[in-house]
Write a protein that binds this ligand. Structure first.
Ligand code: SF4
Length: 437
C-alpha cells in the first residue's frame, strides 16, 4: 500500500487540502482516509461501495428500469437537449470547473437555462454582492489574523466540520499564536446548536428577524440609543457584542442559509455587508458566505466568465439574461416553462419542493451522478460517472474563491466516464444533430 498526500476533500466548501489517503499499490482501492472529518471520509469510502452503479440505467413509461449502453445514454441526452425548446441544466456544484465549462457550452448551443445550487442557497448573497459590493478575505487571512469571529445562521460544527479547527477558531496563525484563547466567538442562531454552545456570546435571535438585529448592531456601533430588546435580544447583549467586535484587530462574519433564506433574504446580506463596512471604521473587518457544495463557488466563477452572471442564466433567447425569481430553477419548473431537465452534480430531488420534483418526474430528464439519489429515482436516464476529487482531479474553488486543484486518488472502475468526458461526447453529438461545425 502507499499514501497519497495533499488530497483535497470533495465534499464541503471548506475544501480541506491536507488529507492523506492510503491506497493499494495498483491504485484501485482506498484503504484508509486520514485527516478528513466523518463526512469527508465517507465521501471517499462510499466510492468503494459494492452496490455502486456502473452502467447507465433508463426508465420506461411504466417506471421499469433497464440497462443502457454509454452510446445510448449519450444519444438520449443529446437528442433531449437538442430538441427541447427550453431545457433546464441544473446542478454543477459537485463537479470540477472543466466539466462546468463544457456544460455552459452545451447550454448556449441548446438555448438552455443553466442554474446551480446557489439558486436555493447563497444566490441571495450573490445578489447582495452585486448590489453593494463585498469586503472579503481568504481563509488563510482568517487563520493568521482574525480574532473576532461571527457565525450568523450557520452551524459549522455539523455542516463544515473542520472549518473551526483549520481556519476560524482553533488554529494558531501568524498573528493569532494563542489560537482560540485569543479569539472571541459570537453565534447568532435561534437554536442552541453545537456551534452556539461553544460561543462567547450566543444571540438567540427570534426566527426571521435578522435584518433588525443587524440594524441594531450598526446602531450600537455608532453609540446611538436602542430599544430595550431587538429581535428578542436584550439591549445590553447587543452593546456587548458591538463592543467585543470593535475591540478586535480583525473581525470576520461568516454566514449561512439561516440568514440567506429567511425573511428579507438578500436584504439581510446587504445590511450584513454594510455592518462589515461600518466595522472597518473601527478595526479591520471582512465577511464570507459559508458555501455548501465543494465547488458551488467554482460554478459561479465559470458561469461568470462565460455569461457574466453567477447562476440562473437564461440562454433561451440566444443571449444571456439573468433574473433570479424568474429565471431560477424552481420558478421555471413550477410555471411549466421548461420542457427537459438535465441534472449534474446536485440532488434537487432531495432539496427542491415536491411540486418541482413532480415536474421533473413528468419531463424528459437525465441525471448524471455517481450515487443513487432521489433525483436519479425520478429521471428517465441515470448516467453513473467517476467521482471528482477521488477518481479524477480538476479545478475547484473554496468558499473564499481560492482555486484549488483536486487530486485523483484511485482509478475509476473500468469503462467509467468522467463528467467532463460524458459532456464532451454529448456536445459532439449535439453539434452533429444541429449541423454546427
Ligand atoms: Fe471535507 Fe468539509 Fe470535512 Fe473538510 S470539513 S474534510 S472539506 S467535509
Amino acid at each position: 500500500a502507499k499514501i497519497v498526500t495533499d488530497v483535497v476533500c470533495p465534499f464541503c466548501g471548506t475544501l480541506c487540502d491536507d488529507l492523506e489517503v492510503k491506497v493499494t499499490d495498483d491504485d484501485k482501492q482506498i484503504l484508509e482516509v486520514y485527516n478528513a472529518c466523518v463526512i469527508g471520509t465517507e465521501k471517499f469510502l462510499h466510492s468503494q461501495a459494492k452496490d455502486r452503479l456502473k452502467v447507465p440505467m433508463k426508465q420506461d413509461e411504466e417506471g421499469n428500469w433497464s440497462e443502457a449502453s454509454i452510446n445510448e445514454a449519450v444519444e438520449y441526452t443529446a437528442q433531449m437537449l437538442a430538441k427541447a425548446k427550453k431545457p433546464l441544466m441544473y446542478g454543477w456544484s459537485s463537479t470540477n470547473c472543466e466539466a462546468q465549462s463544457v456544460g455552459g457550452e452545451i447550454a448556449e448551443l441548446c438555448g438552455a437555462v443553466v442554474d446551480n445550487t446557489a439558486t436555493v442557497c447563497h444566490g441571495t448573497t450573490l445578489i447582495a454582492v452585486q448590489d453593494v459590493g463585498v469586503p472579503s478575505c481568504t481563509l488563510g487571512e482568517v487563520k493568521n489574523r482574525a480574532d473576532r469571529i461571527i457565525f450568523w445562521g450557520c452551524n459549522p460544527a455539523h455542516a463544515h466540520p473542520r472549518h473551526m479547527s483549520r481556519y476560524s477558531i482553533f488554529p494558531r496563525g501568524f498573528f493569532t499564536g494563542k489560537g482560540h484563547k485569543a479569539r472571541k466567538m459570537i453565534v447568532v442562531d435561534p437554536r442552541t446548536t453545537d456551534t452556539a454552545k461553544m460561543a462567547d456570546i450566543h444571540m438567540q435571535i427570534e426566527q426571521g428577524r435578522d435584518y433588525e438585529l443587524l440594524s441594531a448592531l450598526r446602531v450600537a456601533l455608532r453609540g446611538a440609543p436602542l430599544p430595550e430588546k431587538v429581535a428578542g435580544i436584550p439591549r445590553e447583549t447587543i452593546i456587548d457584542a458591538a463592543e467585543t467586535l470593535k475591540s478586535g484587530r480583525f473581525v470576520v462574519i461568516f454566514f449561512g442559509m439561516g440568514v440567506t433564506q429567511s425573511l428579507s433574504k438578500n436584504h439581510n446580506i446587504d445590511i450584513a455587508i454594510m455592518l462589515t463596512k461600518d466595522l472597518n471604521e473601527h478595526t479591520k473587518a471582512a465577511i464570507m458566505p459559508m458555501r455548501g457544495h465543494y465547488n458551488v463557488t467554482g460554478s459561479g466563477e465559470v458561469l461568470g466568465w462565460q455569461f457574466g452572471y453567477p447562476f440562473s442564466v437564461d440562454l433561451s433567447r440566444g443571449f444571456a439574461r439573468y433574473n433570479p425569481g424568474d429565471s431560477s430553477s424552481n420558478d421555471l419548473l413550477r410555471r411549466d416553462e421548461v420542457d427537459a431537465v438535465f441534472v449534474l452534480g446536485s440532488d434537487p430531488g432531495a432539496h427542491f419542493p415536491i411540486s418541482s420534483v413532480k415536474k421533473i418526474a413528468n419531463l424528459p430528464s437525465v441525471c448524471v451522478d455517481p450515487h443513487y439519489t432521489p433525483t436519479t429515482a425520478v429521471c428517465k436516464l441515470h448516467m453513473p460517472v467517476a467521482f471528482v476529487g477521488v477518481e479524477v482531479g480538476g479545478c475547484t474553488y473554496r468558499m473564499d474563491a481560492v482555486p484549488i486543484h483536486a487530486r485523483k486518488v484511485v482509478d475509476a472502475p473500468e469503462g467509467m466516464l468522467t463528467d467532463e468526458e460524458f459532456l464532451k461526447m454529448v456536445l459532439k453529438r449535439i453539434k452533429e444533430i444541429k449541423g454546427v461545425a
